[in-house]
Design a protein around this ligand. Structure first.
Ligand code: CA
Length: 226
């Protein structure tokens, strides 16, 4: 899952991003409201963590503009203790939740989990499709007691496929979600990881197949568990 952190206090932004990355989120961090808006408008994030007091454009205006432009990404506002008015204003402007600074990492993670769950994605430790299970804490792919470890990129690609079963996912989407919006990764990097994943699927004897839609992208098929 991909998150955007918009926070101008660099140390806090880095700490936030570190906590989230350790919990297997892919994180982009920006330090002012204008960048926050530009990144948010790409609509590639599963949740945006947005500070209110920001240079160039404040968080409330970023949020209002996103909602006006029909971006429905869940937004978690960061507020200072005293900003009761900001909280009300924020929720009125379309924020989904807020967190008062300072906060502990457990609280942040719980809010993010709840917001991304609301969006309808699977938030268990395990994703399943057909005869396979993908485990989020161990980065492993399994079928009937046979396990294979995945690298971080392999895991992220598999997660995207399995969270959108039988849907065609364009190559650009993998690049945006996994390598980042401004990444100059070549399309054939995705192909290389897909070929690793195919080998691993066959190593555990799965009948799940990563299908190629030539020139477009990939989707999961087969492996009916019944
Ligand atoms: Ca701030």
């Amino acid at each position: 899952m991909k998150l955007l952190v918009v926070e101008d206090e660099v140390a806090r932004a880095e700490a936030l991003s570190e906590i989230l990355k350790r919990n297997k989120y892919v994180v982009d961090t920006v330090y002012d409201g204008e960048d926050g808006l530009a990144y948010g408008l790409t609509d590639i994030y599963d949740c945006i963590i947005l500070d209110i007091m920001l240079p160039k454009m404040n968080g409330i205006d970023v949020l209002k503009t996103l909602r006006k432009r029909h971006i429905s990404t869940p937004v978690l506002l960061l507020t200072a203790k005293s900003d009761t008015e900001d909280k009300i204003n924020g929720l009125d402007s379309g924020a989904d939740d807020y967190l008062t600074k300072p906060f502990v990492s457990g609280e942040l993670l719980a809010r993010v989990r709840s917001l991304t769950r609301r969006k309808g994605e699977v938030v268990t430790d395990e994703f399943t499709f057909g005869d396979i299970a993908l485990n989020k804490s161990t980065f492993s792919l399994s079928r009937e007691g046979q396990f294979v470890k995945l690298s971080l990129k392999e895991y992220q690609i598999m997660e995207l496929l399995i969270a959108n079963p039988k849907q065609l996912i364009p190559k650009e989407r993998f690049i945006e979600k996994i390598w980042g919006y401004e990444s100059d990764v070549e399309y054939n990097n995705v192909e290389v990881y897909i070929s690793f994943l195919r080998k691993k699927l066959s190593a555990i004897g799965s009948s799940v197949i990563i299908k190629t839609a030539r020139g477009i992208g990939y989707y999961l098929e087969g492996g009916d568990a019944s």
